[in-house]
Design a protein around this ligand. Structure first.
Ligand SMILES: Nc1ncnc2c1ncn2[C@@H]1O[C@H](COP(=O)(O)OP(=O)(O)OP(=O)(O)O)[C@@H](O)[C@H]1O
Ligand SMILES: Nc1nc2c(ncn2[C@@H]2O[C@H](COP(=O)(O)O)[C@@H](O)[C@H]2O)c(=O)[nH]1
Length: 402
């Protein structure tokens, strides 16, 4: 059953009056969800670099500026908006490439309802629509000095196209050779606490006196690159991830003995005596929890490094001949400025015309949204995209883009 096309942004011009007595500074769409109208686009006074959002509450006649969670799409020349399942608005961004053209603004999903309770305000959450699935992330945990980083480095070196490291944020100072953005994102405590408050972290914990955390973006960026994400986090963090939306494999690395652990920490020579003692004290509790908490799917003993690495590869399905990572298709489309979006059952049809010398074509892009997974905060995966060329002489071809 077809439905009316969504709002055509092409009719909107800079500075027009939107009928709500609100001064618009750019392209906007209006989507009704219950007794609220979500005005998406333009630029809020506080938002010049990303798409702005305002809500008109018809029951009170008041405007509300919501708390906006998740990574936002950049401002664009226009977009179309269409309501899905009464709880999220699908946005198609004009003039962008396939990997950046579909976004979801969650307005009444379970996640958003939870966040509204926590924030005590109106909340909306962005999620980027992406094609394809990523393999389950791997969470590696264990006491400081057990060899997590060493094992992860071996894995990344041997399979660079298969694994990607989730770069954590921390308030601790960098060690001599550590690079910002590579080993960690080194960040001030106030900034990190503020980002945590705004829902940017999948998990965070106070570890050995400093704050550490995995941002949602760190994990999603690895999945976007088509690689399997590896997280090196402590046991508290692993517990939080276990309780989160992320479906991961959890591996705990155990030292052969406390004495050996102490020797490794001392030999590494990166901590002061006081810090070493603190890490060793924490290690005992971590090992106990690692073995008994039920968080972890597997426990590996790192006595002989080579043997432990072999066992890790075995767990990850890399024993014997390792599979070659499939790179995602890099085909991109760039819908021109004049297009409309309509909804047919679970499929969105983006309709546009192109003119080439001696050839006029009507093109359709069909988005199948029936098998969407995940969502805000982060990415909505499982979008299937087909492009259809309809030349004047009829159907020319259907291309599966994902
Ligand atoms: N099986 C092993 N036998 C001997 N030394 C090892 C073994 N595994 C790792 N090491 C050494 O132990 C030290 C600590 O290893 P690593 O830095 O990888 O630990 P980690 O678990 O990542 O620690 P942290 O949590 O503090 O980052 C390093 O100097 C490393 O070379
Ligand atoms: N909960 C989290 N723990 C993390 C994260 N990143 C690292 N860690 C853990 O901290 C300790 C200490 O690390 P170090 O680099 O200072 O030696 C170690 O156990 C790491 O696993 C994180 O994002 N979240």
């Amino acid at each position: 059953m077809g439905e009316a096309p969504a709002f055509f942004v092409d009719n909107l011009q800079n500075g027009f009056s939107n009928g709500f007595g609100l001064k618009s500074k750019g392209f906007e769409t209006f989507t009704d969800v219950g007794d609220k109208t979500f005005v998406i686009g333009g630029a809020n006074s506080d938002s010049t670099s990303s798409v702005g959002i305002q809500i008109y509450d018809k029951s009170t006649g008041k405007w509300v500026i919501p708390t906006v969670l998740g990574t936002k799409p950049k401002t664009c020349k226009g977009h179309s908006a269409i309501l899905l399942n009464e709880d999220r608005i699908m946005i198609s961004i004009r003039g962008s490439t396939l990997d950046d053209c579909i976004w979801f603004l969650e307005v009444d999903t379970e996640y958003v309802k939870e966040q509204k309770k926590d924030f005590g305000t109106e909340v909306v959450a962005w999620s980027k629509g992406v094609t394809g699935e990523a393999e389950k992330p791997v969470v590696i945990s264990g006491p400081s000095g057990v060899g997590k980083g060493t094992l992860i480095n071996m894995l990344m070196k041997e399979f660079p196209s298969m694994f990607g490291f989730s770069v954590s944020h921390t308030t601790r100072a960098p060690r001599g050779m550590e690079k910002n953005g590579v080993h960690y994102h080194f960040i001030g405590r106030n900034v990190m606490e503020n980002d945590i408050k705004h829902g940017k972290f999948l998990e965070f914990a106070s570890v050995h006196g400093n704050l550490y955390g995995t941002s949602i973006e760190a994990v999603e960026a690895v999945a976007d690159s088509g690689k399997r994400c590896i997280l090196d986090i402590d046991v508290q963090g692993a517990r939080s991830v276990r309780a989160s939306y992320l479906d991961a494999v959890f591996i705990f690395i155990c030292p052969p003995s406390m004495r050996e652990l102490e020797e490794r920490l001392r030999a590494r020579g990166t901590e002061t005596e006081e810090q070493i003692l603190k890490r060793l004290r924490n290690a005992e509790a971590e090992i106990e929890q690692g073995k008994s908490s039920g968080i972890f799917d597997y426990i590996l003993y790192n006595d002989n490094l080579e043997e432990c690495y072999e066992n890790l590869m075995e767990l990850l399905g890399l024993g014997g001949s390792a599979p070659i990572n499939q790179k995602p298709s890099s085909k991109v489309i760039d819908p021109p400025s004049n297009y409309s979006v309509s909804k047919i059952n679970n499929k969105m049809v983006i309709n546009f015309e192109t003119k080439e010398v001696g050839n006029e074509a009507k093109n359709l892009i069909i988005l199948d949204v029936s098998s969407l997974k995940g969502g805000a905060p982060g990415r909505t995966r499982g979008l299937k995209i087909h492009a259809i060329d309809l030349f004047s002489d009829g159907l020319n071809g259907i291309h599966e883009l994902s």
